[in-house]
Design a protein around this ligand. Structure first.
Ligand code: HEM
Length: 488
């Protein structure tokens, strides 16, 4: 009853080599070649299960016996270079309940209600200041040679202030910002605990981050009144569990990573796809975004409403572009371990047994790229794809609402549904709506290629740090001197 075996061309090692080289992209290639919903991939003397069909993925994300905890406990000590004391704490019987408490309670609670309101408010105030200073003239364009690096810095500044408060270790510290992205590229190697000479960039980036975060946690800046609940509550929980400050700083290296690693590429692709499309799309989006303006005062301040439900209602085409960007660029592989024998049931009633002790990869990105769900134009960016079904209501098949809803899971699901999705949306929409409304944005080149689709994060980055893809920006006539403000 186990899933069908898919052998690699190179016996025992082929799948390992493919995954190491192409990471999440390997799954997309393999699924397209085999057209299977799920597979057993033999590796060395063992095996791994790859789940590609969206209905089976949903069942996997909901299953309590497919757990992310063993994987987190195994990878963390090496990736974060924990002290022996901290590594033993994680390996003790208290380790698994601590990880689960953190993931299922502490983090989600800190990204809800008044906490998320405050986080959004601080980030959007910082974005408003930076965008107000952007390209003041409507006649002389401001050249931005690398849009990726520009957006990366814009979001790092706003997010850093929002999560870390007044003592943000990223503030005005470009080497720390660079280190975060060098680490992102090399994190897989660090989790595999490869020798230092095989991952030198990862090792040195990690050290730069530790050196910036250690004084922050050692001097308890996380308890400052300006610090977000997202940072404060995790640090308090870790100290309560017996982790010393140095290890708290090391464990918390993952936090800015979670808050930025997927939002920055998402905003990059949204900007790149929209402004590289024919001018008619930009005009239609502008009309929608005008509906977000709630106030334009005599002093030159323009206020945009940024509540998710209002954007959803007044900007359907912008939301469709956002979702289509996610479909194209979210390649998420959710890695779990079967802690019990687990049966996943497919839509047509077939059952697949996943045996206890094996790794299971739920490949959300495969579902985002399947013709059976999206239709023949699956590889194209179609701004209107999510505006309405191309089939009659209730009808099934490629491109139907039912198929698209089932296959589209950019924020995961079940127990591990992304708790930061509303924060990410607020940041991205503030930037996009403001650029559409107040600026002329012209790409200087073709869209860049995709980088390797890393299994460590959810969203594909542009190749070579977006090198070659710049934008030229100027104010729209009538919008010179405008100061931006956001209402939540
Ligand atoms: C567009 C941006 C984002 C995308 C596409 C995204 C995507 C995802 C996905 C697919 C997962 C599920 C992982 C799994 O199944 O193992 C996830 C989990 C998570 N995300 Fe996000 N994310 C984004 C932004 C954020 C932000 C801004 C934050 C924090 C402020 C955040 C924090 C987290 C955390 C802590 C988890 C782990 C939840 C758990 O395992 O229980 N994410 N994200």
């Amino acid at each position: 009853r186990e899933p069908p075996v898919v052998k690699s061309r190179v016996p025992f090692l082929g799948h390992i080599i493919g995954m190491f080289q192409q990471q999440a992209g390997y799954h997309i290639t393999l699924q397209r070649a085999t057209r299977k919903p799920i597979a057993t991939l033999p590796m060395l003397s063992g095996k791994m299960y790859a789940v590609w069909d969206p209905y089976l993925i949903t069942a996997g994300l909901r299953s309590k016996s497919l757990s992310s905890t063993p994987h987190i406990l195994e990878a963390t000590p090496a990736a974060c270079q924990l002290s022996p004391h901290a590594a033993n704490l994680l390996r003790s019987p208290e380790g698994p309940p601590l990880v689960e408490h953190m993931m299922q309670q502490v983090i989600p609670a800190s990204l809800k209600g008044p906490s998320i309101q405050r986080l959004n408010q601080t980030a959007l105030t910082a974005l408003a200041a930076d965008l107000t200073a952007l390209a003041p003239s409507s006649t002389t364009p401001a050249p931005i040679p690398n849009a990726w690096l520009w957006l990366r810095h814009l979001l790092t500044t706003a997010t850093g202030q929002a999560i870390y408060g007044a003592h943000d270790p990223f503030a005005a510290n470009p080497p720390v910002e660079d280190a975060l992205w060098d680490l992102e590229k090399n994190l897989l190697k660090l989790t595999l605990n490869l020798p230092r000479f095989l991952a030198p960039l990862g090792h040195s980036a990690r050290k730069v981050l530790f050196d910036a975060l250690t004084p922050y946690y050692s001097s308890r800046k996380d308890t400052d009144a300006s610090t977000s609940a997202f940072v404060r509550d995790r640090a308090t929980t870790l100290r309560g569990a017996g982790f010393p400050d140095g290890d708290v700083a090391r464990l918390e290296m993952m936090l800015p990573f979670a808050a930025l690693a997927n939002t920055v590429p998402s905003l990059f692709w949204l900007l790149a796809y929209v402004f590289s499309s024919p001018a008619e799309l930009v005009e239609r989006l502008r009309k929608e975004v005008e509906g977000l303006v709630t106030k334009r005062d005599g002093e030159g301040e323009v206020t945009l409403v940024m509540t998710g439900s209002v954007i959803e209602e007044r900007c359907p085409l912008l939301m469709s572009c956002y979702r289509e960007m996610q479909r194209k660029t979210v390649h998420q592989v959710s890695t779990r371990t079967a802690v019990e024998d687990t049966v996943l049931k497919s839509r047509d009633g077939r059952e697949y047994l996943l045996k206890k002790g094996n790794v299971v990869q739920l490949v959300i990105g495969a579902g985002h790229n399947m013709e059976e769900y999206w239709g023949e134009d699956v590889d194209e960016f179609k701004p209107e794809r999510f505006l309405g079904s191309r089939k009659a209501d209730g009808e099934d098949g490629p491109g139907s609402s039912k198929a698209m809803r089932a296959a589209f899971q950019p924020f995961g699901g079940g127990l591990h549904l992304c708790p930061g999705r509303n924060f990410a949306l607020a940041e991205m929409m503030a930037v996009m709506a403001t650029l559409l409304l107040g600026y002329e944005v012209e790409p200087t080149n073709e869209l860049p290629a995709f980088s390797t689709r890393s299994v460590i994060d959810a969203v594909t980055k542009p190749a070579k740090h977006g090198e070659g893809f710049g934008v030229s920006i100027r104010r729209r006539e009538g919008w010179e001197g405008v100061r931006w403000a956001y209402e939540l």
